[in-house]
Design a protein around this ligand. Structure first.
Ligand code: ADP
Ligand code: MG
Length: 244
């Protein structure tokens, strides 16, 4: 197995407070990793540093051997790292099709895309991704009219348009119904074939159903890592969750 992502000694402080503190974290090619931990553990901050939103104060982030620290967000996206934030950020006034289309890397902004000629290849990609995210019959629907769960799927679809090799998802099932969670579990398992996924999630049932391995963060540090069934039995993990 080879690592697609290798984070070593990663740290960042906010006003002297160490949000992430000397973290080592690596993800294999094709792996679906879940990151859990109590609120404030540093999970979102870890993703922020990988995608270039937050600059680490120390440490290294290597993606397929290439150092990402110091690169701007756009360059990290171009290198093949996709990031989904907690709240869906779809364009409400645009249709599902248009939202997917403007996410195609060949398109430049909304205007450039809406007036450009559609290539058959881009259309095919849009349609296959729409089917993947269960929105094939909603291509003409404005994003504003989608349910919260459908907006989350659309945003995942927008990321897939960029064909990332590593996808980082922050609480993708927050606010979803039980049925939507189930559908999302299947979706994430399918899109993890051929790429690596890092998913932050609180819903332990959901994590147990999708994760190959689980990383537990606590106070910016690695608390435990391994298969869900082992991590759940780890006394340090139990203590942290009981102490919440
Ligand atoms: P998690 O996602 O695990 O709940 P976060 O990574 O969001 O935790 O936050 C970790 C800690 O860092 C928290 O104490 C949070 O308040 C702090 N933090 C995160 N981002 C910032 C920021 N931009 N400025 C100041 N403090 C921050
Ligand atoms: Mg968070």
């Amino acid at each position: 197995m080879s690592a697609i992502l290798e984070v070593t000694g990663l740290s960042v402080s906010f006003d002297g407070f160490k949000a992430v503190d000397g973290l080592d974290f690596s993800v294999e090619e094709d792996e679906l990793r879940c990151v859990i931990g109590p609120n404030g553990a540093g999970k979102t901050t870890l993703l922020d540093m990988i995608c270039g939103k937050t600059r680490p104060s120390a440490g290294s982030i290597r993606f397929r051997g290439r150092e990402l620290t110091g690169l701007i967000e756009y360059a990290i996206t171009r290198a093949g790292v996709g990031r989904k934030f907690q709240n869906p950020s779809t364009y409400e006034d645009l249709s599902v099709r248009e939202n997917l289309e403007i996410s195609h890397p060949g398109r430049r902004g909304i205007a450039g895309c809406l007036f450009a000629h559609h290539s058959a290849e881009v259309d095919e990609r849009i349609e296959s991704i729409a089917a993947e995210i269960h929105l094939a019959d909603r291509l003409q629907t404005k994003a504003a009219l989608l349910s919260h769960g459908q907006k989350q799927w659309l945003e995942i679809g927008m990321l897939l348009m960029q064909e990332p090799a590593l996808l980082l998802l922050d609480e993708p099932v927050a606010g979803m119904s039980a049925r939507e969670r189930e559908v999302t579990a299947g979706l994430l398992q399918r899109i993890a074939k051929g790429r690596a996924l890092v998913v932050i999630e609180h819903d332990m049932g959901f994590v147990g159903s999708i994760a190959h391995r689980v990383t537990v963060l606590h106070q910016g540090r690695l608390l435990a890592e391994g298969r869900m069934e082992d991590v759940q039995r780890d006394q340090r993990v139990i203590d942290v969750y009981l102490g919440q």
